[in-house]
Design a binder for this molecule. Sequence first.
Ligand code: 5MM
Length: 333
Amino acid sequence: MKKNTKLYETAAALLETGKGILAADESDSTAGKRLSMVHLPNEPEHRRNFRELLFTAPDIEKYISGVILYDSTLREATKESIPFADVLTARGIVPGIKVDLGTKDLEGFKGEVVSQGLDNLAERFAEYYDLGARFAKWRAVITIDDEETPTDAAIKMNCIMLARYAQIAQASNIVPIVEPEVIHEGDHSLERAEMVTTRTLQILFQTLIEYKVDLAGLILKSSMVLAGNAHSEQTTPEEVANATLRTFHMSVPHTCAGIVFLSGGQTPERSTDNLNAIAKLGEQPWPITYSYSRAIEEPMLKAWGGKPENEEAAKEALRATCERNSLASLGKL
Ligand code: 5MM
């Protein structure tokens, strides 16, 4: 396999010790859910203003290595007309782009879905590269329901899509983040979550290797392993840490550039505490850090409340959340 040092440099920048990735890649409709938390209508100017607050908060470059953007956000700019990608790049933060186009039902597989977005992907990457993106993300959704769900067939279909996306990204000099999100909603046990996550990651890496994706130029974005949010016994940070690392050691090759976590609807506090417990277990074969969306944005949204007079407080809340997650990634909380 031909080595692409550009990819390794980008991956190393994204995985710098003590930093993590902000996932600000909400589609326009999901961005509307964030805005509804602060009683603002889902209009382009409010979405733009929300992102400007995120990307101009002081000192976040100390804790954030990259930001995942959505197509429309990558094309937007500050009030002074500076493109968001340029704002981030000037701060030493790598701009990234979410490229999956959401999920569709997988016919014949009740409740299971497959992510879309491979059409014209090489052309899209060429444009995104010109707009400043140097990494990308594709999310697959794996839901735990009964003993039958998820099926291997659905996992395999999603992993083939992830592998094809990763191939095209690497050929475009863009580092792929592969995100098979094992959904936290449900009443499944910790043991079941561990089994499903291990199986999913084993199939994923087998498929990536089969399709000759360069794992040294790829980042895994994973769920933490924990019981479903409706399960009677909730998982302690120590249990999450042990189960999650057991899962990774059973499934993630050591050549993978690194692993970042999604927050998956956990509270900001819980996401941070769990990350801290994982980091406390010591050095692992891969750099491990955070790539949260909701868990980073929620405290900022609460401080903002959609009011211009709270904008500085909102930026400070964001900075403080990023600092706490940075400390957690080092096991220092
Ligand atoms: C922001 O959520 C992203 C998906 O948005 P759409 O559903 O609108 O496309 C999602 O990809 C997100 O980046 C990751 O799942 C991590 O987010 P959380 O909130 O789980 O940390």
